[in-house]
Each structure stands twice: as C-alpha cells, then as structure tokens.
Design a protein around this ligand. Structure first.
Ligand code: ATP
Ligand code: MG
Length: 357
C-alpha cells in the first residue's frame, strides 16, 4: 500500500504531537510493508512568520498532491490582535473549505484507565464506543438567506435559514453506513422530525439510503432524547449520524465521556482530500515543554489508515496499543489521576505506544 501524507504540524503543541503520529505511521509502514511518504509544510502562525500567509499556496498545492492531510493545530497568542482573516485560524478554515470534506467523524471511546476524569460513573460508561458522523457543509451554518433586519439604524431582528438538499443528506448517510459496516453495524440517525421539515427530509432520505446496507440496523432518535441518552446510556450507541448544528453540540457532549481533550481524534472526509487532526488546539500554555498528550494525534493517524487507506487492521492495532498503554497506568500530565502509575512526556508516550504496537 502506498500513501502520500501532507504533514501540517502548525503551531504550539502541533509539531510535538505530530512527531509522535509520524513515529507510529513509520512503524506501521515497516511492520506491514507499506510505503508511507511524508511531505511537511507550513500552516498557521509559523506560516505567517515565514511566508506572510497562514495558508501559503505551496502548502495547499502539497495537500492536493497528497492522499491525505495530517494536521497538528494552529493558533498562537501573538497573532490574536490581527483581523480574523489574517489570523492563523483563517489558514485552517480556508484549508478545510478547499479540501471540501462534508463528513466530520469523531470517535469517542471510554477508557477504563481514564475513568477518574470522566464525569460519568464507570458502570454507566464502561464499554462506550461511539462514532459521531456530523454533516459539515450544509444546514444552518451555510444556508441563505441570513442576516440582520435594521430599521431606523437599529437591529430589530436577525435570521438564519436551515436548508438541506437531498444529495447532501445522501452522501453523508453513505459515509455513516459504510463506517457502521466496519463497526457494530448500527446507525442512530438524529433529527428533530417532529418539528422541522429539514429533519423530515433527513429521516426519509436516511431511511432510503439504509436500504443499500441491509446488514446495518437503523434507528431514528430526536436530538433532545439523544442528548439525554448520551449521558445516561452511552453504551447503546454505535454510529450517530446527524446534521451540522446537532452534530456540533452532540460531539462536544459525547467528548466528555472520554474525559480528556488530549485523546480525541477527528477526520473530515468526503471531499477532494481527507483531513485528519486531533480535536484539541495549539495549547500555548504547555507548548515546547514536551508534556503534550500525543494520543489525539496518534488516534487521528489511525483514522487516516482506516478511512483513507482502508487499512482496518492496522488502524485497530494502533487503537489497541493506545488502550494497552493507558491500561498499564501510563499517563501524560493532563491524564494524571489516582489510577496513574507513571507520568510520562510526549515522546515517551509515543514510544510506549510504538512498543505496544
Ligand atoms: P486553540 O485556540 O488553538 O483551539 P484553545 O485555547 O481552544 O486553543 P486547546 O489548545 O484546545 O485550547 O486546549 C485547552 C487546554 O487543554 C490547553 O490550554 C491545555 O492546557 C489542554 N490541552 C489541550 N490539548 C492538550 C494535549 N494534547 N495535551 C495536554 N493538554 C492539552
Ligand atoms: Mg479551541
């Protein structure tokens, strides 16, 4: 298998965690005889510093010449006073738009070893293993018309539009069912079909797509019920498929099950080139100290193997290695609890996961 990866480490702890993700990928490459090629480019604050732009043309060209992009984080306090379109974050927003991914995937797993950091009781959350598939390019965030109503110089109203095209629902539904086929074969489609026309179209369309995946079971759930059951019965979910706004809220809610921002991974797929990045940001408060948790970045690399390279075994081997190292009581400082036996830094954590692999 040959895979060309554009590496965009970015700012803050980005380069530190991406180093560890690359270490894992190189190890997988050697163990399984895959040819992974890496090309590293600038994005964010470091790109402003060296090239005057948060997303240099050279970076974008390299992404389009690759099979996937693995990104660290962007943002640094020294750029906070720039206008929004000149800031490091603008580079990432432009990149996401250019790559065109319409499905945002966020896996959330409960780790027994991190139970003390989860707000849920271990008996409630044990075994929880959820994949949230969020539609990313439609709905309330993008639909027109939108705006303010001004009368006599005063804002008297504001409005947004929630619109979904059938094809937008179909394409993200296919992603969810394909993902469910590799998992426990259950999709929960989340909507508000008792109130919203878009949700009625969502429900009908997802039901139609489901017919192509007879091995996967489908249930529909209202978003309010889903929000509740995520914290009362998280084990009941496998793949959650939902629209943009609901997905934004539910993925943050689900994230706390796991107890740690530093371990969460994400994938944005379906567009021209797939984008993988840890959920956390640049964490300027701990950057340069070698203590950042690399698990979110390493788990993002595993997602890349699963969804872009279709190397399911290799992806799940990395996830098993992460679990084993956590179960053995190792923790970076952000994961430290009474269950921790040994506190390690970024590189040691990467090394331990590599050895487990
Ligand atoms: P950004 O603006 O880049 O998104 P942020 O201020 O939103 O940054 P994050 O970087 O996402 O914040 O993280 C919030 C806090 O969580 C950090 O300040 C840091 O202390 C902690 N944190 C985040 N990611 C990690 C990690 N990988 N390892 C350890 N701690 C982390
Ligand atoms: Mg942030």
């Amino acid at each position: 298998m040959k895979l060309k990866v554009a590496l965009l480490p970015g700012d803050g702890i980005g380069p530190e965690v991406i180093d560890e993700a690359v270490r894992i990928l190189k190890t997988i490459g050697e163990l399984c005889d895959h040819d992974f090629e890496f090309i590293e480019k600038l994005i964010g604050g470091v790109a402003i510093r060296d090239c005057g732009s948060p997303l240099p043309v050279e970076t974008l060209d390299a992404c389009f010449a690759s099979d996937a992009v693995l990104l660290g984080a962007v943002g640094a306090p020294r750029y906070d006073d720039l206008p929004p379109d000149k800031r490091p974050e603008a580079g990432l927003l432009t990149l996401r738009r250019a790559l065109g991914g319409y499905a945002n995937l966020r896996p959330v797993v409960f780790y027994d070893a991190l139970a003390p950091s989860s707000p849920l009781r271990p008996e409630t959350a044990r075994g929880a293993d959820i994949l949230i598939v969020r539609e990313l390019l439609g709905g309330l965030y993008f639909s027109e018309p939108r705006g303010f109503v001004v009368e006599a110089g005063k804002q008297i109203a504001a409005y947004n539009t929630l619109r979904y095209e059938t094809y937008e629902i179909e394409r993200v539904a296919h992603i969810a069912f394909q993902a469910a086929r590799q998992r426990r074969r259950k999709v929960t489609s989340v909507d508000k079909a008792n109130v919203l026309e878009t949700s009625q179209l969502w429900r009908e369309t997802v039901t139609r797509v489901a017919a192509s995946y007879p091995e996967v079971s489908l249930e529909h759930l209202y978003v309010d019920a889903c929000a509740m059951r995520l914290v009362t019965h998280p084990q009941r979910f496998d793949v959650i498929l939902t629209e943009n706004l609901f997905g934004d809220i539910l993925s943050d809610e689900a994230a706390v099950i796991n107890g740690s921002l530093g371990t969460l991974a994400s994938a944005t797929i379906g567009g021209a080139i797939d984008l993988y990045e840890p959920v956390h940001g640049s964490a300027p408060d701990i950057a340069g100290r070698g203590i950042a948790n690399p698990i979110g970045a390493i788990a993002s690399a595993a997602l890349m193997l699963r969804y872009t390279a279709h190397l399911e075994q290799e992806a799940s081997d990395i996830e098993t290695a992460i679990r084993q190292v956590l179960d053995a009581g190792y923790a970076t400082p952000d994961l430290q609890s009474e269950a921790t036996r040994c506190v390690v830094g970024t590189a040691e954590m990467g090394q331990l996961i590599t050895e487990a692999l």
